[in-house]
Design a protein around this ligand. Structure first.
Ligand SMILES: NC(=O)c1ccc[n+]([C@@H]2O[C@H](COP(=O)([O-])OP(=O)(O)OC[C@H]3O[C@@H](n4cnc5c(N)ncnc54)[C@H](OP(=O)(O)O)[C@@H]3O)[C@@H](O)[C@H]2O)c1
Length: 277
């Protein structure tokens, strides 16, 4: 029988009713994991679970939907209790739920409500989920936690509250790596560049703007990323293929944060020239 990379593993993925989380959930199920997925809406998460289970059909893994707002302490506790009731322990947590809010701008224009909302879903949520998952994970011999951040948090770009909240994940993750490494719990962050989820494609192409092209020009690989490319990286960090990797920040950004602006690199480093031996 084929051994899948997550055979026998159980996982929780937050924010999986659409976008990147849903694609990660599909890959996890395909790779044999039993996975609980959550979002704030029962309808949306049940629909996503039915779609994923339909796609993997008689496959090795399954997904189980649970409604949970990751900013709500009692919801998160119920998510973890529900997972432990349904599945055999928790080996993997993917703190994916997150996002920015329209009112989030420069520091002097962000209001406190937006600031708190952003910290809530992007930092407090991952903290609550990690806090509730760590004890059962440790009791069960360890596991892997992956936090989804943004390339914005590595640099001075993007919306203030969103970038600040996502940057907090680096400290949270390193602390988990250090405090719970002795219990075989690993913790890593991925920092995403622009990822073309269906929603984002609709937003960006409707209509395409000059800023869109300017942003694209900043990517050394000359394109934005796909949710499947993020899912592959999460699979690596969740699985035993990365068993000696913990406490790291892993950019999945097409080289966006690797150097200075492409406008600078292109003429100075002659990057358009095809390399010859
Ligand atoms: N796409 C990008 O270009 C990009 C770039 C950098 C970083 N990221 C990060 O990658 C992650 C996924 O992004 P995405 O583009 O896939 O976002 P998305 O399409 O907006 O999906 C976000 C998911 O999170 C859920 N969610 C939102 N708030 C929640 C809450 N309080 N509790 C539980 N679930 C919640 C949403 O479901 P409900 O609405 O049903 O609750 C949805 O399933 C986010 O953390 C985002 O910050 C994305």
């Amino acid at each position: 029988m084929k051994q899948y990379s997550l055979t026998g593993q159980t996982a929780i993925i937050t924010g999986a009713s659409r976008g990147i989380g849903k694609v990660i959930a599909h890959l996890f199920a395909t790779e044999g994991a039993q996975t609980v997925i959550c979002s704030r809406s029962t309808d949306r998460i049940e629909t996503a679970a039915a779609e994923i289970n339909g796609m993997v059909d008689e496959g090795p893994g399954n997904v189980y939907p649970i409604e949970c707002d990751v900013t709500d302490e009692s919801d998160v506790r119920a998510l973890v209790d529900g997972t432990l009731d349904e599945l055999d322990g928790i080996d993997i947590l993917v703190n994916n739920a997150g996002g920015s809010f329209g009112e989030d701008g420069r520091v002097h224009t962000v209001d406190t409500t937006t600031w708190e909302k952003s910290l809530g879903v992007n930092l407090t949520g991952p903290y609550l989920c990690s806090r509730e998952v760590i004890p059962p994970m440790a009791a069960d011999g360890g596991g892997s936690i992956v936090h989804v951040s943004t390339a914005n948090a590595l640099t001075g770009i993007g919306a203030s509250a969103y970038s600040a909240a996502k940057a907090g994940l680096y400290a949270l993750s390193r602390l988990i790596a250090v405090h719970y490494g002795p219990h075989d719990i690993r913790s890593n962050v991925i920092s995403l560049g622009t990822i073309m989820t269906k929603q984002r494609q609709e937003r960006m192409n409707n209509p395409p703007t000059e800023t869109h092209q300017e942003l694209l020009n900043e990517y050394p690989l000359g394109r934005f990323g796909w949710p499947e490319e993020v899912a592959d990286t999460v699979l690596f960090l969740a699985s035993s293929h990365s068993s000696f990797v913990t406490g790291v920040e892993f950019p999945v950004d097409g080289g966006l944060t690797a150097g200075l602006s492409q406008e600078f690199h292109r003429p100075v480093s002659n990057v358009e020239e095809t390399p010859q031996r």
